[in-house]
Write a protein that binds this ligand. Structure first.
Ligand SMILES: C[S@@+](CC[C@H](N)C(=O)[O-])C[C@H]1O[C@@H](n2cnc3c(N)ncnc32)[C@H](O)[C@@H]1O
Length: 260
């Protein structure tokens, strides 16, 4: 994956020491590299995809659902000049840390979501109860999720999508990455194929039988039935490097949704 980075934006991020969670670079995700440069570049990789694939603008109101330690928030802090950012995550300490670090950014907010996750929040509520507890003050133009639907169980998808539906402006977009179980992804066995999702789980397929949320894949029909039910339609769908797609801009597959 080659990336073109806006060097002036990158310099603004690197020069602002509070933006980079130096002691937490390896805390979540496949970005577990202790090198700051690599962490920042991986953030730009994701940010660039959003700029290219959605209507994101410096005046947009965005929701970073599953924001983690702020891998993309740090770039939004310099990009969203007149916009608004809301980060949501199930890890309380990470949310508190982000609130502290971004306290100077008056257009930034971080909310804790008390939803159960075996790896990230063992004491949490079930998805419906947790989503019902969330209160969002404003509707947003863009909801993006990197590496969240790869952890969401079938029973969690609908409550999360309903929350998205209620939080999105009429002409808004939802960007999400996930693993799609397609003919190609089943066939491909190159070095990028780190997951095989061999175990059936409630209509989906998981990597670890005893830890289904670790990594999950969905057939296109299955995941698309949830989008349809909640009132979303697919605007864009692209397959990722994990299933052998040459020159893909993301490792996982990604989908952009619009209201039906
Ligand atoms: C692989 S990390 C990705 C973090 C971030 N999106 C990024 O790209 O750097 C997965 C994140 O999802 C969060 N998470 C897990 N289950 C969640 C859920 N049900 N709702 C929201 N966030 C969740 C985890 O706490 C973790 O921060």
């Amino acid at each position: 994956m080659s990336i073109e980075i806006d060097q002036s934006l990158k310099k603004q991020v690197i020069d602002d020491p509070y933006l980079i969670p130096k002691d937490k670079l390896g805390r979540v995700g496949p970005f577990a590299d202790s090198k700051i440069n690599q962490f920042v570049n991986s953030g730009f990789q994701s940010f660039n995809v959003l700029v290219k694939q959605t209507k994101l603008k410096p005046f947009s109101a965005v929701m970073d659902y599953g924001c983690g330690v702020g891998r993309i928030a740090m770039i939004m802090a310099k990009y969203l000049k007149e916009g608004h950012y809301l980060g949501i995550d199930v890890m309380k300490d990470v949310i508190l840390d982000c609130r502290n670090r971004y306290s100077k950014n008056k257009n930034f907010e971080f909310q804790f979501l008390n939803m159960f996750n075996d790896a990230y929040n063992k004491g949490g509520l079930n998805a419906s109860d947790a989503m019902n507890e969330l209160r969002v003050k404003r509707k947003v133009d863009l909801i993006y999720n990197f590496s969240i639907f790869s952890h969401l169980l079938p029973e969690e998808i609908e409550p999360v999508l309903n929350f998205f539906k209620n939080s999105l402006k009429e002409d808004g977009e939802v960007f999400l990455t996930l693993y799609l179980r397609t003919e190609n992804s089943l066939k491909f066995d190159g070095p990028q194929r780190k997951f095989h999702h061999k175990h059936p789980y409630k209509g989906a397929f998981v990597e670890e039988k005893n830890n289904p949320a670790y990594c999950i894949s969905y057939t296109e029909d299955h995941i698309e039935s949830y989008f349809d039910k909640v009132g979303f339609k697919i605007a864009t769908k692209r397959y990722g490097l994990w299933s052998g797609t040459p020159n893909a801009s993301t490792y996982q597959d990604f989908i952009v949704l619009k209201n039906k």
